[in-house]
Design a protein around this ligand. Structure first.
Ligand code: GAL
Length: 813
């Protein structure tokens, strides 16, 4: 028997071992200091930052404005848009002050004798990371995740370590709002000397069928010496939390040598957008019989097939992509990542029937990829908008030759275990596509994808169809992706050996929520005095098209693989068609959903075709048109039903059925001759058997009477991060939206929350997002409130002159 004191020592040692055997991964979110500007000594521990602003990471230094026409004013010819003379581009990067140098400083404590890595999910941009005054790493591309081993720079005596990060954004470095600063999370990873390094596992499912799936896990181990004996015990955990299968393997594993384990999972629950089932491989690593690390690899089991002439198959089932492209900003929150905001975006898209996301034109934040795994969205992950030839004077081309491979490898290692990722893109509309040797660059990038991830094909968004068909560029890419140019699909299909065409970017229809223009005509590049576009969904840019064209391509040709619409959400910057000397426009009009996360009419058009499980019956325009009495005011109905009858003040305007007489009439029901008279518009929908099955009404609004508040959530998590999106509407006494109202609304939040931001979706509005007041646009806006870390109740109050105030209460738990 052991002496009690000895026993205590043994117990303490065991406790210490367990404690340190766990890798410790934390986010460095709080206690940061920030300042814009350059400071010679800011990397040094003794630098005095007490006067700097205190910030929480993720942080976007530019989103607080102010907006200014002269922020990154660009005098350029956008050659992709067929411009050959330079002109003044206003609001191209959002009119926000993202350009310049900024510094962030914090400190962190780690136990002595550990290996320590810092991982930055993204830092905008040209990040120089200093630990205790010494430069630990440099990573120029602002969108990519990078990590650095900071062990050599740590204080050896256990004293707090100083972390300083210098970031710099050059003018004319982007075609949209890039954000600025430490806008994504920073991870502190503390491990034993022997450990699984960042992205150290690669999990594939080489064989998938209904009855069983083969799972292959390759694990790298860092810092194994020649004599170290390694044992890896891995358990595969099923979606219900049970252990599906487990295995222990022992062997000699050299430093960073992949070590393979193979498993069979019986009756797997296959991952798909409709059934996003997730498994986990939990690996315990023993070095010389000591537990040194526990590493979890989340994955899904699903099969992908891209078959010539047939298209895309997920788990053996044919499907066409119903996807959207999105930029990374979160509208009024800027580029600063917030999981609740991302989740809400995906909820809206899911309800529309969208099943895929293209991360245009750069690496996403890891939270988005995780959410796509969990909520069921397929992803095309894209690294670049620019290769070796410039699109922007200070764009990525400055770094391409030296950094492209490292950037690709990080992206591929970061996301190759995520089941949602179904293909990689290597670029978007790169000028290199027209170079006679452009195919070599494409091959270089495609080969990196194949080398690092042999399980997924590669695509590239190509817009110069003539070039890429003639010079061999398109024939090189696993899956040829065309951006727009739907009139060239057939020709591309006929010529290309892949016998498949993907709509890597489609539509770019433009509209402003709640704004309608007369007469209703299809137009390209049209501009109006109010700098808005029509929500009849008939307007596009010279290179782009209305949604109906892409629906038809998917419906009519078995070799089309579906599409990624430009864009799901409006974004900051690129305010086409008001991009040339058109200040104050500073945000896009391409979105199906506006910058305030409010669906435009177009949302219901996509929903009516894409969401096969829900009823869509949507009427446009609104029916409050003082001054238009007696004038032709066409009415459109977006519905999944084949037929509907329209009534104005009870008088039938006749039945319409979807038909092949024109492109639009295949997908929309349209009463082009409807005449405005105040009152009520009613639509009655009929199913394919001629049975009346649904009804919808829109009424002319009376005088603005009160503010109506509706939240997307009645309950928030008390984590200081969760968000509620509250729609604020100006309505008449009966609750009808006053669709032309633009009054200023003031907000205040009391209780367990704080006001975060507001947005109204008006691309010309210069109200600052973070101030608690904003003008309504087309009668509406969105207020975002954030929970505190303490539970309780929060109340959002909204006030405006001339109408009754409104408020809403939200529980914070
Ligand atoms: C495409 C481009 C996108 C966006 C879009 C607007 O050519 O890839 O980034 O600019 O046009 O329609």
């Amino acid at each position: 028997m052991k002496h009690p004191k000895q026993l205590l020592t043994v117990l303490l040692m065991a406790a210490t071992c367990t404690l340190y055997a766990q890798r410790n991964e934390t986010l460095l979110e709080k206690n940061w200091k920030f300042s814009k500007g350059d400071f010679k000594e800011a990397s040094q521990p003794e630098f005095n930052d007490s006067k700097w602003e205190s910030v929480v990471i993720p942080h976007d230094w530019a989103i607080y404005g102010p907006f200014d026409k002269y922020n990154d004013l660009q005098n350029v010819a956008i050659t992709q848009n067929a411009e050959n003379k330079a002109s003044l581009k206003t609001g191209r990067t959002g009119g926000l002050p993202y350009v310049g140098v900024g510094w962030y400083r914090t400190s962190f404590d780690v136990p002595v004798g550990k290996d320590v890595t810092l991982k930055f999910d993204g830092a905008m941009s040209e990040a120089r990371v200093y630990v205790n005054g010494q430069e630990a790493c440099f990573w120029p591309f602002g969108y990519n995740t990078f990590h650095c081993d900071v062990t050599p720079f740590l204080n050896k005596d256990g004293k707090s370590n100083t972390l300083a990060v210098r970031l710099e954004n050059r003018p004319q470095s982007s075609r949209w709002y890039p954000g600025a600063g430490l806008y994504r999370n920073v991870h502190l990873i503390v491990t034993e000397k022997v450990h699984v390094p960042v992205w150290g596992t690669q999990l594939t499912t080489p064989h998938v069928e209904k009855d069983f799936a083969a799972v292959r896990l390759q694990t790298k181990i860092a810092n194994t010496g020649a004599k170290t004996k390694i044992r890896i015990e891995t358990a595969i955990i099923a979606p219900d939390g049970s252990v599906a299968v487990q295995k222990a393997n022992t062997g000699r594993i050299n430093h960073e040598q992949p070590f393979e384990q193979n498993f069979i999972v019986n009756n797997p629950s296959l991952w798909s957008p409709e059934n996003p089932s997730l498994y986990k491989a939990v690996s315990k690593i023993y070095a010389d019989d000591q537990l040194v690390d526990t590493y979890t690899t989340r994955f899904g089991i699903r099969s992908l097939a891209y078959i010539a002439d047939k298209g895309f198959y997920l788990n053996g089932q044919h499907r066409k992509f119903q996807g959207v492209c999105n930029h990374h900003d979160l509208g009024p929150l800027g580029a600063a990542v917030n999981t609740a905001a991302l989740r809400y975006q995906l909820e809206l898209l899911k309800d529309m029937g969208c099943d895929a996301i293209r991360t245009a034109h750069n690496m996403p934040t890891p939270e988005l990829v995780e959410l796509c795994d969990e909520m069921g969205f397929m992803m095309m992950i894209e690294p670049f908008d620019e290769w070796d030839i410039a699109k922007c004077e200070n764009g990525y081309h400055r770094y391409f030759n030296e950094w492209a491979e490292r950037d690709m490898v990080n992206m591929l290692h970061n996301y190759r275990n995520n089941p949602c990722v179904v293909m990689w893109s290597i670029g978007n509309e790169v000028p290199t596509q027209c170079s006679p040797v452009g195919y070599k660059v494409a091959k270089f990038l495609q080969d990196i994808c194949h080398r690092e991830d042999p399980t997924r094909p590669v695509t590239c968004g190509m817009d110069q169809v003539t070039c890429v068909l003639a010079n061999g560029f398109a024939a090189m890419i696993d899956i040829p992706g065309l951006n727009y140019r739907d009139n060239r699909y057939q020709e591309a299909y006929d010529q290309l050996p892949q016998n498949l065409i993907l709509g890597s970017e489609t539509a770019s229809t433009v509209s402003s929520r709640g704004i309608y223009k007369f007469p209703v005509e299809e137009k390209k590049g049209v501009k109006y005095d109010d700098n808005q576009c029509s929500s009849y969904d008939v307007e596009a840019c010279s290179w782009s098209n209305i949604p109906d064209e892409d629906f038809a391509l998917a419906d009519d040709h078995h070799w089309t693989m579906g599409q990624f619409v430009w864009t799901g959400f409006d974004y900051l910057g690129e305010p086409s068609p008001y991009d040339t000397d058109s200040w104050p426009n500073h945000s896009s009009m391409f979105g199906i959903i506006d910058l305030a996360s409010l669906p435009k009419d177009r949302y219901y058009l996509y929903r009516s075709i894409w969401n096969k499980n829900a009823e869509t019956l949507h009427i446009l325009p609104h029916w409050t048109w003082p001054g238009r009495e007696g004038e032709v005011t066409p009415i459109f109905v977006y519905t999944n039903y084949p037929t509907a009858e329209l009534f104005i003040n009870g008088k039938s305007q006749g039945k319409q059925s979807k038909n092949n007489s024109s492109l639009k009439s295949r997908y929309r029901l349209m009463w082009m001759d409807a005449v405005y008279e105040p009152g009520e518009v009613k639509v009655v929908a009929y199913d394919k058997d001629g049975k009346a099955v649904a009804e919808k009404k829109v009424r002319t609004a009376g005088k603005p009477h009160h503010l109506e508040l509706v939240s997307n959530h009645n309950e928030l998590t008390a984590d200081g991060k969760d968000l509620a999106y509250v729609t604020v509407k100006v309505v008449d006494k009966d609750g009808n939206l006053c669709p032309a109202d633009g009054r200023l609304i003031n907000f205040s939040v009391t209780g367990a929350g704080k006001y975060k931001a507001a947005a109204n979706g008006d691309p010309t509005c210069l109200d600052l997002f973070h101030l608690p007041k904003m003008h309504a646009f087309s009668g509406m806006l969105t207020v975002i409130v954030q929970s505190t870390e303490a539970s309780g109740e929060l109340t959002l109050n909204a006030k405006a002159s001339g109408v009754k105030s409104g408020n809403i209460r939200i529980q914070v738990k």
